[in-house]
Write a protein that binds this ligand. Sequence first.
Ligand code: HEM
Length: 212
Amino acid sequence: MKLTALPSGWKLFGLLALLTLAMTALTLAAHPLGSDGLRSAIRATARSSYALFLLTFLASSLAILLPGESTRRLLRERRYLGLAFAFSHAVHGVLIYQYAQHFPALFWAGRTVTSSLPGTFGYVFILLLTLTSFKAPMRWLGGTAWKRLHSMGVWVIALVFCLSFFKRIPMGGWYVLAFSTMFAAIALKLIAKLAQRMRRQAVVGRGVGLEG
Ligand code: HEM
């Protein structure tokens, strides 16, 4: 399928939100009513959030390192992919709340308020980034503060994903793969930043050369 055939903007967001809801409903329906279904749906939404987050996190880096129509398109859709990530993670949050309400003993087994702090901190940033993805709060915040908040926010969320996968590595293969991809994505983003800085310096250098 051609990339241009895919929906864009709010239509893309709507499609991804619907897919997240359908996946959650199917996961819950595939289990008898109880804790297993909720836990599977919590895991499934963490994974859909992860896929959407990776696309958002890497959009600008891929556009720098692999310039072309598809990476430009990815960069144009970054806002809607980010909002779809926030939606998927809101569903993760609702399911966690249901799990904690209905199965408190299972929820708190092996979990403390302190161990939940990174995830909670991650949610604070998801909320801030979502709210400031709309025009009025964006204007109110101003360009520099907005840029700072958004670049810090994505790094905080990336670290929460790293930590969430890392602590589950003893549970098996998927977590090793997931942790490695998050780690590789962080390395790729740093490389892209370096490449961009070097390109800018080269342009400035050429400018000085022309002046001289
Ligand atoms: C930005 C915030 C968060 C991120 C990025 C995140 C990410 C994740 C990830 C990656 C998983 C594992 C998915 C898998 O099995 O592949 C997961 C599962 C889970 N998370 Fe979150 N999470 C966040 C916030 C929270 C919070 C605040 C809580 C509760 C206080 C929580 C409770 C859970 C639970 C109960 C599971 C399922 C555990 C299991 O059945 O193994 N999460 N989350």
